[in-house]
Each structure stands twice: as structure tokens, then as C-alpha cells.
Design a protein around this ligand. Structure first.
Ligand SMILES: Cc1ncc(COP(=O)(O)O)c(C=O)c1O
Length: 410
């Protein structure tokens, strides 16, 4: 179309505008989050840029193109490159003790896509899904987009509360409702940073099995252990039955790769593959990632990330104690990217957020993470993306913002 030509619109034909053709859900979902233009972005949950393994991925790319170009550059099938699935399954078998092979893995374009694949495969309009309050907004959107009814279960500093889960499932059962999915982030939760203790994991697996609800275990922050390894996964505790585990190389290699996987029992993986209409994820990227994984560089890279994020987490926690102690309570997370702040009376997240923006600091209000309301006194803060000295300055400004709001000035 030339610059002069007006854009086509339904109203040109004397019919109603084309915007009316959009599915109603398009207008009902909140906007996607984006990077902040402010000086300090404590909002976007992104990894440290300086530690991205660009040189190693460049070498892997050269090697793949030199040895396997035709296969790398041709459709690779819906389930994904088998040797990468073999690597993922072998690692999962070693850590979980569950006998899994490549047939139990399907590769997706990010775990966000894995979640969509799960939602498309299991959910129809009106089906019920259980999520934490709070939880990852990407999961809320994905389930909403399928027309699911979302029921929340409270989370505390130790993550999802099993007693509340049981109560919820019980009252749903009395009403004749069997929720299809229970979505949980057991390690270094987004947004709370909480890690479920072993006893809660055992209870959640028992309860979900008892009520016939499938667990979706999102392990997006796996490997970013800052205080040693977490307890066994829900997948391991359930011996691989009734659990769909989502994994990703986004946080330990690069978010831009979009290489991730789903691990589950055979009939579930087969159904997920059956419900894919995207011609599969990238066989080129699968080979690059596998080359990187096998080069011996992956484990030291993850250890380096752990020490970078440990230093940042500790810097953020001590800056919060120094600058925001009277205004915010928090639990130091054992891994991942996030600190979750509970604001003291009379502070409200929206007011603190606005006062922080005026000081060039972006933080995320808690309400973003609640599917059924809540979070007015909570804030999520990302410590992964900024070096310690910038984090300290950003948090000093955030503390000033809290003080200004508390004194009624803003
Ligand atoms: C809990 C959780 N799950 C899934 C994702 C999606 O990750 P990706 O699609 O990059 O694998 C994120 C990203 O922030 C996340 O926080």
C-alpha cells in the first residue's frame, strides 16, 4: 500500500468497523508489560545483560552451520530436536529419580508457549483452573484467553498454602466442579520469590491427586539457586504422575533464545504435540543450545549467574533494610530474580509506585499478580538486572518515595 492510500477499514464499505471483529477477550486482558524508560527498572524480570553467553553461542552457531546446516535450517517436527530432548530427559531423570526419556519431553518456544500449549490442550470455555494469589500474570492471561474460570488460593512467605488449597478443592467438589489444572511455581516464585518447603510440596501433590487435578509445575527459575538446591520437584514427588513440568533455558542461558520444554507422562506429551499447529520450534536454535550445553560451558555459566544474583540479592536486601525498613517487610528469597515487599500502613502500592516513578524508579504494583483482586499493599522488585551499586541507589530512591508517601506529601 502506498503512503497516499488510506488504510483499509470496514467503515469504507459502509459496514461496522473491523475492530468489532476482534474476539471480546482481546479488550478484556490488560496490556502486556514492557521495559521501563526510567533510569532504574526494577520492574522487568530480565537477566543480567553483561553475562549473556554471546561468544559461546556464536561459536555454537558456527559449529552447527558447518556440520548440520540442512537439518538445522529445515522444519524439525512438532516435538523438537530429539538429541536435545535426550539431554533434557537425562538431566530430569538424574535430578528427579523418575525414569523419563525423550518421549516424555516436547520443546516449545519459551515456557510461556509451553503454558499456552497446555492451556489449548486441556482447557475449554468455562473450565476451572487454580492459581496462587499472587501468581505469574502470564499464566493468568493464558488461562483467561482460553475462557477458563480462575480460582485463587492464598500464598504466604512459604508459597501456596495447602490447607487453603484443600478447602478450595473441597468446596468446588461440593459444587460439582473438578478443576482441571493447578498452576504452581514451587521454586523462587514470580512474584513472591517464595520456595515451597518439602512438606507443602508433599501435601500439594497428595491433595491434587486426591481431587483428580493436574498439576502444572512452572520451574522457570530452576538453577538460579542462591542458597543451595531447593527441595525435590513436584514432578519427582509425584513420581512423574499427574504433573506437567515446564522448564526453560531463558533464565540460565538467554531469554531471546525462546528454547524451553514440557516434561510429563507420555499421553500428555502426545496430546500436547497433537495440539501444536506451529510447525514446531526452531531446529536451528535447538542444535545451538545443545552444542552449548555439551561444550562444558553451561554448568560454570550457571554457577557464575548464581554468584552474580547472590551478590545482587544481598545488596538489594541490605539496601531495603537501610532505606525502607519502617515501610516494608520482606523475606529474603533463596533464588531467582524477585523480592516481594509487604508495605506497612498507611502505604498503598499505587501511591508508592507513582512516587518512585517521580524518582526514576520503576517497580511493579502487587495487584498485577492477583487474578481475583488483592495486592494493594504489595510491590514486586527485580534485583537481577542491575549491578549492586545501581540497585542500592534505586532502593535508596524507593525508600525516599515511601517516606514521602508515608508523610502524606505524595
Ligand atoms: C513464572 C514464569 N513462567 C514462565 C515465564 C516465561 O519464560 P519463557 O517463556 O521465557 O521461558 C516467566 C518469565 O518471566 C516466568 O516468570
Amino acid at each position: 500500500m502506498s503512503d497516499q492510500e488510506p488504510a483499509f477499514s470496514g467503515s469504507d464499505l459502509g459496514v461496522t468497523p473491523l475492530e468489532e471483529l476482534l474476539a471480546p477477550i482481546v479488550g478484556q486482558l490488560p496490556p502486556n508489560t514492557s521495559l521501563s524508560p526510567l533510569r532504574y527498572d526494577l520492574n522487568a524480570g530480565v537477566p543480567d545483560r553483561a553475562s549473556l553467553p554471546a561468544a559461546k553461542l556464536s561459536a555454537a552457531t558456527q559449529a552447527v552451520l558447518a556440520s548440520d546446516a540442512a537439518a538445522a535450517l529445515t522444519y524439525g517436527g512438532q516435538q523438537g530436536y530429539e538429541p536435545l530432548r535426550v539431554w533434557i530427559a537425562a538431566r530430569a531423570a538424574a535430578t528427579s529419580g523418575v525414569a523419563v526419556g525423550p518421549e516424555h519431553v516436547t520443546l516449545t518456544s519459551g515456557s510461556a508457549h509451553g503454558l499456552q500449549n497446555v492451556a489449548l490442550t486441556f482447557l475449554a470455555q468455562g473450565d476451572t483452573v487454580i492459581v496462587g494469589a499472587p501468581t505469574y500474570p502470564g499464566a493468568i492471561r493464558t488461562f483467561r484467553a482460553r475462557g477458563a474460570r480462575i480460582i485463587t488460593v492464598p500464598q504466604d512467605d512459604d508459597g501456596l498454602d495447602p490447607a487453603a488449597l484443600e478447602q478450595t478443592l473441597n468446596s468446588l467438589r461440593s459444587a460439582g466442579v473438578r478443576p482441571k489444572l493447578l498452576y504452581v511455581i514451587p521454586n523462587y516464585d514470580n512474584p513472591t520469590g517464595a520456595t515451597l518447603p518439602l512438606e507443602r510440596r508433599q501435601s500439594i501433590v497428595r491433595i491434587a491427586h486426591q481431587y483428580g487435578t493436574l498439576i502444572v509445575e512452572d520451574d522457570a527459575y530452576a538453577g538460579l539457586d542462591l542458597d543451595g538446591p531447593p527441595p525435590p520437584s513436584l514432578f519427582a514427588l509425584a513420581n512423574g504422575r499427574g504433573v506437567i513440568q515446564l522448564g526453560t533455558f531463558s533464565k540460565t542461558v538467554a531469554t531471546g533464545l525462546r528454547v524451553a520444554w514440557v516434561l510429563s507422562e507420555r499421553f500428555i506429551i502426545d496430546a500436547l504435540v497433537h495440539m501444536r499447529f506451529d510447525n514446531g520450534a526452531s531446529p536451528f536454535l535447538h542444535r545451538i543450545v545443545l552444542h552449548f550445553l555439551k561444550s562444558g560451558a553451561y554448568e560454570p555459566h550457571v554457577e557464575r549467574l548464581q554468584s552474580i544474583y547472590r551478590e545482587r540479592r544481598d545488596a538489594a536486601a541490605s539496601a531495603l533494610i537501610e532505606h525502607a525498613e519502617p515501610y516494608a517487610r520482606f523475606r529474603v528469597p533463596a533464588g531467582g530474580f524477585f523480592l516481594w515487599l509487604h508495605l506497612a500502613e498507611p502505604l498503598r502500592a499505587d501511591a508508592v509506585r507513582a512516587a518512585a516513578i517521580a524518582r526514576q524508579v520503576a517497580v511493579t504494583p502487587g495487584s498485577t499478580y492477583f487474578a481475583q483482586g488483592g495486592g494493594e499493599r504489595e510491590l514486586r522488585l527485580v534485583y537481577s538486572a542491575l549491578p549492586p551499586e545501581e540497585l542500592r541507589d534505586a532502593i535508596a530512591r524507593l525508600g525516599e518515595a515511601m517516606a514521602a508517601v508515608a508523610e502524606g506529601g505524595e
